[in-house]
Design a protein around this ligand. Structure first.
Ligand SMILES: Nc1nc2c(ncn2[C@@H]2O[C@H](COP(=O)(O)OP(=O)(O)OP(=O)(O)O)[C@@H](O)[C@H]2O)c(=O)[nH]1
Ligand SMILES: [Mg+2]
Length: 464
């Protein structure tokens, strides 16, 4: 992917930094003014983005009300759109698998067969309940699956079911609550089943049921919280006879699952379409995510050489012009062009001024996070401790400028990856999240071995 671009910002940035360096020879104070100047420019830019950002909804809460056929089709279309972009940008890439999956989804809107999953902690009665439901022979076109030890994993397993019965035998724990919230956000219909109610006295049962209904009332109606006993324990009955003898016997208890089966029958009858749409929505979202991840990998392969190119430019200009504050200025100027070049790869049509403002935000975040000092220190100590002998004046600054440029570039890649794949309108940068992205990239790249490797790659470039 070769893109032709004019580089006025880059040239301007480097020349400004040289002019300032020249002035610096005369007056140290000017340098301070320049630093303030840089910061105020960044602040102005920030203000601009902030104003622009007012319209943006940062973390859009998913609508938890009803899903429509249209909205599911919309996600499938978005997946197809990303797939088309992928095949345009990488014509040799085999997209047949994704194409087949997306087609399959479009054909599944009339699916009649449903899957109901029984989930919950260990030994809550999942198998027992499943067998009891099956033995009723009333759910012909429904398959029941059991999900093992749901809450042991750190990552919640993905359950492929149209409806989930979450079984508990007492209190609703935090992990249950988090799981149900996730279900809710993903249009995953569920019913809360309070099993083994025979283990409580009637007063306690009512209390538990009411508490759970209350806790879940923002997500489901009270009639979706159902108390049952799939296999109640037998009771020991003791009878005192008139003649003073005591008679004891064991009395088996009948299972009580009818309230649940009745509710299931009703849901299947009234909500079948909605249950299928929910599953299709989740599958389409997951496919779309996979397709996007593939596209992002391809784009990243194109982005890395560009970031490298700017790294070496930053290193060379900082090496020739070794004043710490000026290096920063040069790095900021260079990254405006980097922003625009990367934007081209990620189909983010950035105007000139948008590129400059974005690079200002990156510069500000880097300064605020203390990464200039941190990377300079790490680089100096690696140079000292690894018997790297070629340490001419400006070397540390040059490597730092290259390193910071790389951080800026990789953070931008993270940012662009989260945007729409082919946007005509560039969304404003999320000011809260962007420093987090830089931090994440820095954490990944700060290991001494990586820095050492980076230094070894940069040094030969400085001697050319
Ligand atoms: N008292 C009482 N015991 C029950 C009830 N339902 C199931 N059990 C008992 O609970 C135990 C576990 O039942 P399972 O159906 O194997 O539970 P599970 O969730 O499938 O267990 P795992 O698959 O091992 O996690 C068994 O001894 C059942 O007899 C009930 O309503 N009341
Ligand atoms: Mg089981």
């Amino acid at each position: 992917m070769k893109k032709k671009l004019n580089k006025p910002i880059l040239v301007a940035g480097i020349s400004i930094s040289f002019i300032l360096w020249f002035y610096d020879g005369f007056s140290q104070q000017i340098l301070e003014i320049k630093e303030w100047g840089l910061l105020s420019t960044i602040f102005l830019g920030l203000g601009f983005w902030w104003r622009q950002g007012q319209k943006e909804t940062t973390s859009k809460p998913l609508p938890v009300t009803s899903l429509t056929e249209e909205s599911v089709k919309d996600i499938i279309n978005q997946g197809e759109l990303i797939l088309n972009t992928l095949s345009t940008e990488a014509p040799d890439y085999d997209i047949s698998f994704f194409k087949k999956q997306l087609n399959q989804l479009s054909l599944s809107f009339d699916r009649q067969q449903l899957t109901i999953a029984l989930a919950g902690d260990k030994k809550v009665g999942k198998t027992t309940l499943k067998d009891k439901l099956l033995s009723q022979n009333i759910f012909n076109d429904i398959s029941f699956i059991e999900v093992e030890s749901l809450f042991k994993e750190v990552e919640m397993p993905e359950i492929k079911a149209d409806l989930i019965l979450l079984l508990i035998t007492g209190d609703l724990t935090n992990s249950h609550w988090e799981f149900l919230q996730k279900c809710n956000q993903n249009y995953q219909r569920f019913i809360l089943v309070f099993n083994k109610k025979d283990q409580y006295i009637p007063e306690e049962r009512v209390l538990i049921l009411e508490q759970v209904q209350q806790k879940l009332k923002s997500m489901i109606t009270p009639s979706d919280v159902i108390a049952i006993s799939a296999s109640p324990q037998s009771l020991k009955v003791r009878e005192h006879e008139e003649n003073g003898t005591i008679r004891e016997w064991i009395e088996a208890q009948l299972p009580e699952i009818d309230p649940l089966s009745d509710r299931l029958k009703l849901i299947v009858e009234l909500e079948r379409k909605m249950l299928v749409w929910g599953s299709l929505w989740r599958e389409a979202m997951s496919l779309k995510k996979d397709v996007k991840a593939n596209l992002n990998n391809i784009r990243r392969d194109c982005a890395l050489p560009i970031i490298e190119k700017y790294q070496w430019i930053a290193a060379a200009s900082a090496f020739a012009n070794p004043v710490a504050a000026l290096d920063l200025l040069a790095a900021a100027a260079i990254s405006s062009q980097l922003v625009i070049d990367l934007g081209v790869i990620y189909k983010q049509k950035l105007s000139f001024s948008q590129g400059r403002v974005l690079s200002g935000i990156i510069g500000k975040s880097i300064v605020q996070l203390g990464l200039v000092e941190l990377s300079t220190q790490t680089i100096s100590s690696v140079l000292k401790n690894n018997a790297i002998t070629y340490v001419a004046g400006g070397t540390v600054q040059a490597i730092s400028a290259a390193y910071l440029t790389r951080l800026a570039g990789l953070s931008l890649v993270e940012h662009f990856q989260d945007q729409d794949v082919d946007s005509t309108v560039v969304k404003e940068i999320d000011l809260k999240q962007f420093p987090q992205k830089i931090k994440k990239v820095f954490e990944k790249n700060k290991r001494t071995a990586l820095v050492k490797n980076f230094i070894q790659q940069t040094l030969p470039r400085l001697s050319n």
